[in-house]
Design a binder for this molecule. Structure first.
Ligand SMILES: Cc1cc2nc3c(=O)[nH]c(=O)nc-3n(C[C@H](O)[C@H](O)[C@H](O)COP(=O)(O)OP(=O)(O)OC[C@H]3O[C@@H](n4cnc5c(N)ncnc54)[C@H](O)[C@@H]3O)c2cc1C
Length: 428
């Protein structure tokens, strides 16, 4: 009798999470990744010139319990640190003022931590947003008030990567209900970088469990018969499945659409623009928010500063050099507040990373969703599955859920009678 093996395709966070879940109790699994490295949209870039940086800054909150549990499982929880324990420095590009804002509503009891312009009617609107019963855009609940600029817009694009005029109030509400719990609103960043502090420890944990992670293996075609997957046509090999084998596709929706065209999937995406300036930074990371500027967030590391522009539709196709120069002028005064040597006429070496399909567009509408187990022995995972904001947390949850669905499902095994009649379909 052959052992049951779970074949996981896609080594982003969802695939790594699924692999960790499957192998927790000694389950056998293999992980196939198209790119030369695992990590997907959450990775560190290592160009030949030695200017190493993440594709884009990723933050976690202490509210993200499943992501933090995964970090603990792979021994990397201590690598994620809180850069701003006293509240988030917020630089207003119009007035040149630097304020400090608490991310947890409980900290707003202190006037010095309150978002600018917060009034009692605003609090009522925020409560309506947190308990949004009907789907509508975030902006339709908050309206055009100062709090939109100083809190709601930055929060919406950070969590949903979608402008508040379109963003789903109900998805944001899911995140806000987590964030308002006492102690849940602390912001964490990777101490050194995403690969070192998340992806590499996860891969090391899998390898310690004897699980192979095969990079450079793109799934070209699924071979199916009688409602089951029978084989995987990968870049340079075809893996035929045993009767007990299962498959988890931890892939973006456009790959699911290509592989299983009958399934409904979200088809609209939002970009994130990331600009990295190579310069002397600070020994311990710092994090600043911006209002009234194109720049939204900056993470200051030891040897570079990374700026994020989420929901970047308006600028993603503009000339990268011009955008980077504009952002440098915007952030420079704030960097000087923190003691960095930043001069208007000395823009450091710069790299722009455009993630055109950074996340699905999380608009106030019912997004197409496929069944989670579209074939008897196949489950789907990915940050875009379900109704939570598409983030590391939802990717971790989706990976674990896919593993659990297959574990508990009946009828994943091929019957002998059916096996004899198996035909290979669509072998590329
Ligand atoms: C710039 C940026 C900033 C972000 N900031 C944050 C943040 O601050 N906090 C947060 O929580 N989230 C953030 N996110 C979102 C977060 O990165 C994603 O939610 C998460 O990484 C998604 O993981 P995933 O495994 O679902 O998908 P992916 O990372 O897309 O993984 C899919 C994997 O499948 C591989 N693949 C694709 N096709 C095939 C194929 N045919 N065969 C084999 N392999 C294939 C891909 O190469 C990839 O490795 C950000 C994303 C970006 C881009």
């Amino acid at each position: 009798m052959t052992a049951r093996r779970t074949h996981i395709v896609g080594a982003g966070i969802a695939g790594l999470s699924a692999a960790l879940a499957v192998t927790t109790d000694g389950g056998e699994a293999a992980l196939y990744e198209a790119a030369p490295h695992p990590g997907g949209r959450c990775r560190t870039l290592h160009p030949a010139d030695g200017f190493t940086h993440d594709n884009g800054t990723h933050v976690l909150f202490t509210a993200n319990g499943r992501a933090l549990d995964l970090l603990k499982t792979v021994g990397a929880r201590e690598r994620w640190i809180e850069p701003e324990p006293k509240g988030l420095p917020l630089y207003d590009g119009r007035t040149g003022e630097m304020r400090c804002v608490g991310l947890s509503p409980w900290s707003w009891l202190m006037p010095s931590r309150r978002p600018q312009g917060l009034t009692l009617p605003d609090l009522m609107r925020i409560v309506r947003l947190v308990f949004a019963a009907k789907e509508c855009p975030v902006a339709s609940i908050i309206g055009k008030r100062p709090i939109m600029d100083s809190l709601i817009e930055p929060l919406t694009v950070a969590v949903l990567n979608t402008p508040p005029e379109q963003a789903s109030a109900q998805r944001l509400a899911c995140a806000l209900r987590q964030l308002i719990r006492p102690g849940a609103g602390r912001l964490l960043v990777a101490r050194n970088g995403l690969s070192q502090d998340l992806i590499e420890p996860a891969v090391a944990a899998l390898q310690a469990r004897g699980m192979p992670v095969l990079n450079g293996q793109r799934l070209r075609t699924l071979l199916t018969a009688n409602g089951r997957v029978i084989g995987l046509a990968l870049s340079d090999r075809t893996v035929m499945l045993g009767p007990d084998d299962r498959v988890i596709l931890a892939l973006p929706p456009y790959e699911i659409e290509r592989l299983l065209p009958a399934l409904p999937v979200p088809t609209q995406f939002e970009p994130i623009l990331n600009v990295h300036y190579r310069m002397k930074g600070l020994d311990r990371p710092r994090f600043i928010g911006f209002t009234g500027t194109l720049a939204q967030w900056a993470l200051i590391r030891e040897n570079h500063v990374s700026v994020t522009v989420s929901a970047a539709d308006a600028v993603v196709d503009q000339n990268a050099t011009d955008v980077a120069a504009r952002i440098w002028r915007e952030i420079m005064p704030a960097l000087r507040f923190l003691g960095l040597d930043a001069q208007p006429d000395r823009q450091p070496e710069t790299r722009v990373v455009k993630e055109k399909r950074a996340t699905i567009r999380q608009a106030a509408e019912t997004l197409p969703q496929p069944p989670l187990r579209p074939l008897a022995n196949l489950a789907l995972a990915g940050d875009w599955i379900g109704s939570l904001p598409a983030t590391i947390e939802s990717a971790v949850m989706a990976g674990e859920h896919a593993a659990s669905i297959l574990h508990h499902a009946r009828g994943t095994r091929a019957t002998l009678a059916k096996d004899r009649g198996l035909k290979t379909e669509d072998a590329a």
